[in-house]
Design a protein around this ligand. Sequence first.
Ligand SMILES: CC(C)(COP(=O)(O)OP(=O)(O)OC[C@H]1O[C@@H](n2cnc3c(N)ncnc32)[C@H](O)[C@@H]1OP(=O)(O)O)[C@@H](O)C(=O)NCCC(=O)NCCS
Length: 205
Amino acid sequence: MINKILTKLRTMSNGFNPRKYLAIEELELESSQNGMIYRLANREDIVQMLAIERDVYEGEVPWTFSHFDHEIVQSNQSFFMVAENEDGKVVAFIGLRLGQGLRINEAHITNIAVSSSVQRQGIASHMIQELVKIASHLGKEELTLEARRDNTLAQGLYRKQGFETKKILPSYYDDGGDAVLMGKSLKLAGLSDAPDEKEALDDQA
Ligand SMILES: CC(C)(COP(=O)(O)OP(=O)(O)OC[C@H]1O[C@@H](n2cnc3c(N)ncnc32)[C@H](O)[C@@H]1OP(=O)(O)O)[C@@H](O)C(=O)NCCC(=O)NCCS
């Protein structure tokens, strides 16, 4: 609770407008697991997010400050969540877009990265599961994302989280690389706390 208030105060102090999240106010946006705190990103986090990019993309920053700034501060249809370790350092991020060129029932994961020092500990999986909860709560029926066709590691992560390949997008990236478009149905995601309803549906299948 204290963390939630601190997050709000921190974000309000740098121009971020928390009102854009009013629609999801009643949903718990903070979580913790294995010593990590997961919370909404704010403008102050972007410098650390760029450092994570440099770490995992060999010094490159595919997303610049202004890309992150657009999604975190300027757009009212997108946000980022970050994972903060016990020292208060941001070690991972994930972005979600809820509108802007998407189908009405679609939510889209825009970007995800986890610092190399803390990979393979379930952080990306946890962040995806948190976004599944948020998107389901908002009535979205499908979660989509693109991954580089040769990034089989990331595709393995997404498949484990229930995503399926929908199609190949040839020359999707600026350097000519292909992407795979992946999607996960959220239609049953909101039923995880309602076993009776889910069992009834399973029985009908
Ligand atoms: C892809 C990435 C986000 C995964 O983050 P993570 O926190 O390490 O992922 P998780 O610990 O939740 O891993 C879940 C599953 O993903 C797959 N996976 C993750 N890292 C892997 C690796 N190094 N080798 C093989 N499979 C891997 C595995 O199936 C893993 O399950 P397991 O550990 O039970 O075998 C991280 O490696 C990363 O930031 N990579 C660079 C940026 C990137 O490629 N982003 C994706 C753009 S589409």
